[in-house]
Design a protein around this ligand. Structure first.
Ligand code: NDP
Length: 342
């Protein structure tokens, strides 16, 4: 095996990306050097942050170059190893990108560890998004029993974990999602209130749902949802800013008055904590506790999760474009190749 089939960034999108932003092509793989492994991709994770990597501007990570393989987390099988602690047949979590095969340093991958859960969960509830939920809540949200927590994109990988962890911590939880199917699932998994942000009366329904105000707003989307949440933040409310998916395709400032003075005044007067984070910053302080607690919560059925599995690498661009429009229902993963049979 010295070839990989890959999805590369064909051009940088302005605004909403389309299929023309991607190209499927076959590429040569480098020869395996000492300390390296040859990987076969089983599952590829599709995540909102990838939209940012398509832009030229640097955020907290470098952009993907035009003509380079799109980056992404994978669950992969080791096919060949020149690395002491990895052997053919091992399943690993890697950052192998949108491709069928990859050569990587053994130090850049780690063995899958999900207990009795399916291996794909290493990219979702027991992987990066689940960890972002756990760590953002622990470090910044600090939700207390009896408090009210609100989260949007609540049927997604991060939001569903946020709501369920907050409920385990004793909070009252309000989940926001797009459409009746997602809203119904939120109620099934134990959110106290579930709201549809596409409902024309959404802002009023949110006001009714939080009579005592909001103590923690876990920010995943921004935009109109933030506008509806903002007036209800209590004194000393915490806002972990995890992501702002409603803004990822925007090219101009929103219409209407400048909201910044009102935001800064509220931060001052209500003594709000509004803190951005990326899960990577919190690995050292929270990863061990996450693995222990989340693995047992999932095994005990106290944290439910949903996966939206798309078959075939060639369908990754379409699925990713759908994610940015809210078409995924649960953690979006692409099955690039079969799981090994025992
Ligand atoms: P999801 O699986 O939740 O998928 C994205 C969802 O966002 C869509 O399904 C849709 O849900 C919602 N959405 C899309 N556009 C809009 C919009 N305009 N307004 C409101 N909702 C919208 O994704 P993840 O759980 O993986 O990610 C959620 C957030 O967390 C993202 O902002 C992401 O960037 C961020 N993130 C940050 C990390 C960090 O380290 N800081 C790590 C991982 C994720 P619906 O149909 O319900 O509206």
């Amino acid at each position: 095996m010295n070839q990989t089939r890959a999805v590369v960034l064909a051009s940088r999108p302005v605004g909403e990306p389309g299929p023309e932003s991607f190209r499927l092509e076959d590429r040569e793989l480098p020869a395996l050097a000492d300390g390296q492994v040859l990987l076969r991709t089983i599952y590829l994770s599709l995540d909102p942050y990838m939209r940012g990597r398509m832009n030229a501007s640097r955020s907290y990570a470098a952009p993907v170059e035009v003509d380079a393989v799109m980056e992404g987390g994978t669950v992969s099988e080791v096919l060949e190893s020149r690395c002491d602690d990895l052997a053919p047949g091992d399943l690993v979590v890697a950052h192998a990108g949108w491709q069928t095969h990859a050569v990587m340093d053994g130090t850049a991958v780690r063995k899958v560890s999900v207990g009795s859960a399916p291996v794909s969960t290493a990219l979702g509830v027991l992987g990066m998004p689940g960890f972002a939920a756990y760590a953002g809540l622990a470090e910044i949200g600090r939700v207390q029993p009896g408090e009210t927590l609100v989260v949007a994109a609540a049927s997604g990988a991060v939001g569903s974990a946020v709501g369920q962890i907050a409920r385990i911590r004793g909070a009252r939880t309000v989940g926001i999602a797009g459409g009746p199917r997602k809203v119904a699932w939120l109620t099934e998994i134990g959110f106290d209130v579930a709201l549809d942000h596409r409902d024309p009366r959404f802002a009023d329904r949110l006001a009714d749902a939080v009579p005592g105000g909001i103590d923690v707003y876990f920010e995943n989307v921004g935009g109109a949802v933030w506008d509806a949440v903002f007036p209800h933040l209590n004194d000393f409310a915490r806002v972990p800013v995890c992501g702002l998916i409603s803004q990822y395709n925007t090219t101009t400032a929103p219409p209407g008055p400048d909201r910044l003075p009102a935001l800064m005044t509220a931060i001052n007067v209500k003594r709000l904590v509004v803190r951005g984070f990326t899960q990577r910053d919190l690995l050292a302080s929270h990863y061990e506790a996450f693995q222990r607690e989340m693995t047992s919560w999932v095994a005990e059925g106290r944290v439910a999760y949903l996966e939206d599995v798309v078959d075939g690498l060639e369908n990754a661009p379409r699925a990713f474009l759908g994610l940015l429009r809210g078409e995924n229902f649960g953690k979006l993963v692409v099955r690039v190749g079969p799981e090994p049979t025992l």
